[in-house]
Design a protein around this ligand. Sequence first.
Ligand SMILES: NC(=O)c1ccc[n+]([C@@H]2O[C@H](COP(=O)([O-])OP(=O)(O)OC[C@H]3O[C@@H](n4cnc5c(N)ncnc54)[C@H](OP(=O)(O)O)[C@@H]3O)[C@@H](O)[C@H]2O)c1
Length: 214
Amino acid sequence: MNNKAKTAIIFGATSGLGWAISTLFHQNNWNTLCFGRRIERLMGFRAGVCNERCSKNQIYCGNICNQKHVKEAIEKCLEVFGQIDCVLVTAAVYTTPHKNISNKIRQVFDVNVWGYLNVVSELSNKLKRPSHAVPVFAISSTLSQKAVSGSLPYSFSKSALEKLVQLLPGDISQKLIKCRVYTAPPFNSEMNQTSTKSAHDVAQDLYRMVETEI
Ligand SMILES: NC(=O)c1ccc[n+]([C@@H]2O[C@H](COP(=O)([O-])OP(=O)(O)OC[C@H]3O[C@@H](n4cnc5c(N)ncnc54)[C@H](OP(=O)(O)O)[C@@H]3O)[C@@H](O)[C@H]2O)c1
């Protein structure tokens, strides 16, 4: 890693792992574009974490399922910072047991799987020959291999996400992107309020992986 400030986009930055890794990027002098649906949380990140160094942070209020939002966020990042060095897709939803399982699978897939694909396809349209392929991290879960207590749609989406990342062909990513999976252990967040491990600890581990990829 050289000393020039790097730039990251974090999809799903408004809580949990996304918030924690955005904070680490900021503390390590990265430029960040934070993406999520809740504007008040994005504004809170800017005011609370970035404080006086707001020029190093941009926010985009949007839905990862919406291709136009993803495209505009990437454009905004390139316009303001002129580059993208790393992308993290931490946006995801979990489900509780539900009778209409096929609808639930669809809803969860929309965010957890197609969201990632939206990001990869829009990036491959927008990136102009970066000096190195840009790593785009998907976050998987230890639940990808099993479904416990009603987590089937979620587990199913995470196994599909892992396969997608493994199999995404070069003609989609056009060698501009390297797709990576980080498998997180259970940690405390809006999604999981029973774990005692902090999102910050997991973010530190993820940040180390980011550093090896750029
Ligand atoms: N927590 C765990 O135990 C655990 C374990 C293993 C893996 N993971 C994975 O780690 C990642 C982060 O999870 P977390 O626990 O930090 O979750 P979290 O606190 O629930 O955060 C999820 C984030 O996703 C965003 N999001 C959800 N739907 C979205 C959409 N349609 N468009 C844009 N953003 C959307 C949410 O923001 P808005 O609501 O503002 O849009 C929020 O910032 C996920 O991939 C999760 O599956 C979590």
